[in-house]
Design a protein. Sequence first.
Lengths: 320, 261
Amino acid sequence: MGEVLVYVDHVDGAVRKPTLELLTLARRIGEPVAVHLGAGADTAAPVLAEHGATRVLAADASEFADYLVVPKVDALEQAVTSVNPVAVLVPSSAEGKEIAARLAVRIGSGIITDAIDLEAGTEGPVATQSVFAAAFTTKSHITKGTPVITVKPNSATPEAAPAAGTVEQFAVTFSEGATGTKVVARTPRESTGRPELTEAAMVVSGGRGVGAAENFNIIEALADSLGAAVGASRAAVDAGWYPHSNQVGQTGKQVSPQLYIASGISGAIQHRAGMQTSKTIVAINKDAEAPIFDLVDYGVVGDLFEVVPQLTEEIKVRKG
Amino acid sequence: MSLRIVVCVKYVPDATGDRHFAEDLTTDRDAVDGLLSELDEYAVEQALQISEAADDAEITVLTVGPEDAKDALRKALSMGADKAVHVEDDALHGTDILGTSLVLAKAIEHVGYDLVVCGMASTDGTAGVVPAILAERLSVPQVTLLSEVKVEDGTVTGRRDGDAASEQLQASLPAVVSVTDQSGEARYPSFKGIMAAKKKPVESLDLSDLGIEAAEVGLAGAWSAVDEANERPARTAGTIVKDEGEGGKQLAAFLAERKFI
């Protein structure tokens, strides 16, 4: 079996969960080799090794933080040249997709974005994608070059598979274009203490029916009783009731949690595109005709201001 | 000198329609009416605002697509773009991201540009990587996924709201920019705009005009292949109860039964 490069998404060496999912998927098609760019490789290496990375190729340079995307493409391209992998897997974040796409052009390879599953095939890895607002599922493979595939969060359950995870430092020669787009300021997103929306096992979302920004506290209270992330429909975000970073839908985040609770959300196509692949779907809406009820495993037709607080209380009681 | 802006737009099947695949597993363009991708309206809007703030600017709206794709160009022209370029060729049927970006890049160079403006993604393919690839192919800075954008003195600046942080970006022109749906509502075409659009020039180009071989694009030239496309099975009908005062508790019982509590 050949080696599979896995691009590590991390914050100062704290590896984000989608990378561990990628390592698990990578083992289906070859031996995972992690590529860690920026500070913290020594912190990340044991976690990457625990999940199957045989090697950790690490490079650190100020360019990675100071300039957009291109320095990371330069580094990944060099890693591809030295490893000659059978595939390159990148987490499907906004930045991950851009890095992967530019890499594909550079190395003369095809690209598949937003895979939700991956398996070995006779003509290389076969990627499953969910398309047309999740109305269809497709299976595709790359026909030219080294397959470059980006994979969405929650596409696999990370499995421990201890491997050596030997850290190998490499020096990156940056391209002329590496310093083209300068990051002049960076403001880290404030932590809410809740799980990351795209990575969460449970998501509680509020929509137009929530009615006002201050009413989102009942959505947050329900989320906190479950340890869930908070989402919002486009209508709620457009109204300014909740931040855009929490928007679930076609132009926001696409989530695929074990449990999705939609409160006061009608279920327009724009929203369905972002949550339709959730395993269990629950809705609370006062309109019995709302299209969201076509998707649900369990639905309550009623006033969310009655139902949601009662649900939150009952969860607290049951959890003791 | 005039600021030359090229806005890349896509003609897509209406996302609210019942979209399907054709027999060759390409997007079925007959099943659902097409229109200018909603996310590209934001690109046209920001190009117009940049143009209005500049002393002298010209906006060319560019698309690659079948005959009907002219509708998308007309919409952008009626919003206020100055002229349009339509790349149309039978050999383009089934072209993937890499092929499409190759055609766009050649057409952008053909038009001449200081600034390329794109939407954040198309509403059909939704990959969102064409702007980054265009920057790669054109060898110019990529300033993408902006919720705010400004062009001044040959420099483009903007705010990119990422997953972990909000970043302030800066690059020199020429550059490729993409804007999100947070960049500002797109204007509606005025009646005057619609009438004026009918007289604006639309240049038609084919692959030979751009020096591209048919084998580099199309379904056969694609860098990836779709092996199968299956309609997601309808979800089995769930239990729906009317709240008679115990709805929250009933829901909690369901969640407990499914082991979420």
